[in-house]
Design a protein around this ligand. Structure first.
Ligand SMILES: NC(=O)c1ccc[n+]([C@@H]2O[C@H](COP(=O)([O-])OP(=O)(O)OC[C@H]3O[C@@H](n4cnc5c(N)ncnc54)[C@H](O)[C@@H]3O)[C@@H](O)[C@H]2O)c1
Length: 336
């Protein structure tokens, strides 16, 4: 390895890890070398052969190669030990959201990060999406004025397997948490109270594992601004993630592109013209590419951390409050 190259070890080559691996491999010409590992060894070896990169027998052996950075893309229950393993080795890490299975379980991880000063970027990819970045710029520059109405929606086309949902922490922690995070990042304000309701009109198996298939959260910010945050697993038209910012001076919408999954009821409107997005992979393809590029820059000391573990846990606290509001049927403060 030449001194100028950066080696990234990637652990977990499932749904999202495979995509991150491909995006990292695309940075090869920019000096990135990749090593893969997975608890299911043949899975890592197969992807490594496909991409022409190295595979380590497992996560421990991968840490043994002392990469410059690690990408942790394993299931949620394995995030915390691997983040701590990286922190204690002084290796910068990127970890998929969330930091741990619950906010409580995240606290010892934050403690370790505080003690070691370790660098950990969490995978809230919307912070690297061109549309959300433009919305943040427009709001912060004052172009939109003050916001009287915010509407955020995250609609999956199909539910993931029920086994995944059973361990996901529920719709707020799995899905709406992306909106809670991006809204706090965009406005620079914390959400202080939430009132959430949910419904189950799809597969009854989702209710049986204690989750809802659709939900709306009314979120109140520090200055009293309101946002509605909706999510569903059943959006037949396609994968639809949008944000409407309605201000006293102007209105801006993120995600209203040619592949928007919907149509106008006004007959003369020919929009959208393209094929509807079907998955989060398609909707955020460029944001995921930018996310891996940002992590490499973070490892090289060229960029500030786009999403710290502390910020990600703060969004998880909002999701916890939404889950509690759903369960109790009353508004809940966000406990910090
Ligand atoms: N940011 C996003 O938009 C987004 C989207 C999807 C998933 N995610 C998150 O990504 C994570 C992974 O989700 P997924 O759908 O790719 O899961 P997955 O089940 O498809 O893949 C996980 C992979 O990790 C491997 N693995 C598990 N434990 C391991 C360990 N200790 N060491 C090495 N390998 C291990 C498994 O064998 C599997 O190949 C989840 O935490 C999920 O919340 C984020």
């Amino acid at each position: 390895m030449s001194a100028a190259r950066t080696t990234i070890g990637l652990i977990g080559v499932g749904r999202i890890g495979t995509m991150h691996a491909k995006n990292l491999q695309a940075l090869r010409a920019e000096g990135v070398d990749l090593v893969l590992a997975d608890a299911h060894r043949p899975r890592a070896e197969q992807l490594a052969a496909e991409l022409g990169v190295r595979a380590a027998p497992g996560a421990e052996e991968l840490f043994g190669t002392v990469p410059d950075g690690v990408v942790i893309a394993v299931g949620t229950s394995h995030h915390a030990p691997l983040i701590r393993r990286a922190a204690e080795s002084g290796i910068p890490a990127f970890c998929e959201k969330p930091v741990a299975q619950s906010t409580e379980a995240s606290l010892p991880v934050l403690q370790t990060l505080q003690e070691t000063g370790a660098v950990v970027q969490i995978g809230h990819q919307r912070r690297l999406d061109a549309g959300y970045l433009e919305a943040r710029r427009a709001f912060r520059s004052g172009e939109l004025g003050w916001l009287h109405t915010i509407r955020a929606i995250t609609c999956d086309m199909f539910p993931p397997p029920v086994e995944f949902l059973a361990g996901s922490g529920g719709l707020f922690r799995d899905c709406s948490v992306h909106d809670f995070d991006v809204l706090q990042w965009l406005t620079g304000q914390q959400i202080v109270e939430v009132y959430a309701r949910g419904s189950n009109n799809g597969d009854p198996a989702i209710g049986k594992v204690g989750d809802v298939d659709s939900a709306t959260t009314l979120a109140t910010f520090e200055d009293g601004t309101l946002a509605s945050v909706s999510a569903t697993r059943y959006n037949g038209a396609g994968h639809d993630v949008r944000l409407e910012l309605h201000g006293s001076e102007d209105t801006l919408q993120v995600g209203l592109d040619g592949s928007y999954a919907g149509r106008s009821a006004e007959l003369e409107v020919g929009f959208p013209l393209g094929t509807h997005h079907q998955t989060f992979h398609e909707r955020f393809a460029s944001a995921y590419r930018e996310e891996m590029r940002a992590f490499v820059q973070l490892v090289r000391g060229e960029l500030e951390n786009p999403c710290t573990a502390f910020e990600a846990v703060d969004a998880s606290r909002v999701a916890d409050a939404a889950q509690l509001s759903l369960e109790t049927g009353v508004p809940q403060p966000v406990r910090r």
